[in-house]
Design a protein around this ligand. Sequence first.
Ligand code: BDR
Ligand code: CA
Length: 309
Amino acid sequence: MTQPIKLIIDTDPGIDDAMAIFYAAAAPDIELVGLTSIFGNVTTEQATRNALRLLEWADLPDVRVAEGASKPRALPAFPPSHNVHGDEGFGTLLAETPKGQACDESAAAFLARMAREYKGELVVCPIGPLTNIADALDLDPDFASNVARIVLMGGSLDEGGNITPHAEANIYHDPHAAERVFASGANITMVGLDVTHRILCTAEDFDAIEAASPRLGGIINEMSRFYLHFYTTVGKHDGCSLHDPAAVIACTHPDLFTAQSVSVIVPCDGDTAGATQRAHDGRAAVNVLMSVRSEDVKRQFIDEMSKLS
Ligand code: BDR
Ligand code: CA
C-alpha cells in the first residue's frame, strides 16, 4: 500500500462529523494528525470536548485537538443546530467530560504549523464552517501553498441549499470565511450537496455496522437514530446523507467522484448569502465534485466502519 495521507479534520462534531472521524480512525490509508474544532452543529467549546471524546473512544488519545474560533468572522454567532444533532452534538448520547484537553495552540496556528512541517503533504478536511481555515490563511501567507489539498464538505453548485434555498449550512454559517478560502488559490476540492445528497444511509446500514463493530459501531448506531429522525421531519424517509464521511472518503478515493473545474464565489449578504456560485472574476478554479458512485462510497464507509472495535 502507498503511504497513508497525513490528515487534519476541522470539525463541529456533530453526528456525521463523528461518523467521519471514526471512519478516518479506521481507514488504513489515513494518518490522523489532528482535529481542529469549530462552531456549527454545537458551540466551539462543545466541539472541542466532543472531538476529544471521539478520539478517546477511538483509542487515539495522542492525536492532538486544537480549539478554533468561537464565532464567525463578521456575523454574530448562530445558535447551534440542536434539531439536527441534539443538545450536545451526539443525538441522545449524554455529554461526557474527556480525560484529555486541547493543546495550547489555536486551531489556525496548529493548521499553519502542521502545513509548514508537512509542506506539500498535509491534507486538510474541513467539515464545518471555514473560519479556522480563513484564519490560517491570514496568519501564514504560505499556508495556501504549504497545504497539499483542502477537501471541504460544504457548498452546493446546482443542488440548492439545505439551510436556505441557496445555501449549504457550513458555508452559510461563515460566508466571509468561505469567500476568503475560495479566493485563496489553494488546491481545493468542494464536496457539496451536489454529491452528498446522493449518498444515503438507512437504519439497516447502521445496524450492520454495529453488528460488525459492537463498541464504536454501537455508538454510531445510537447517534444515527436522532439524525435519521431529523431527516424524516424534513420529509426524507429514505435515509440520512453521509455529508462529512463523503469528504473524508474523497481525500483518499477521488476516483469515486467526478469533478468540474469551477471558480467559486460566495455572496455574503442578501437572499443568496452563503451560496457557492460560479465566479467570473478571473480567480483560480477549484474542483467541485458533481457526481458520485454512491453505492461504492457507501460500501467503502460501511466496510471501514465495520473494522472498528
Ligand atoms: C453539514 O452541516 C452540518 O450539519 C453537517 O455536520 C455537515 O458538515 C451539512 O450541510
Ligand atoms: Ca460537520
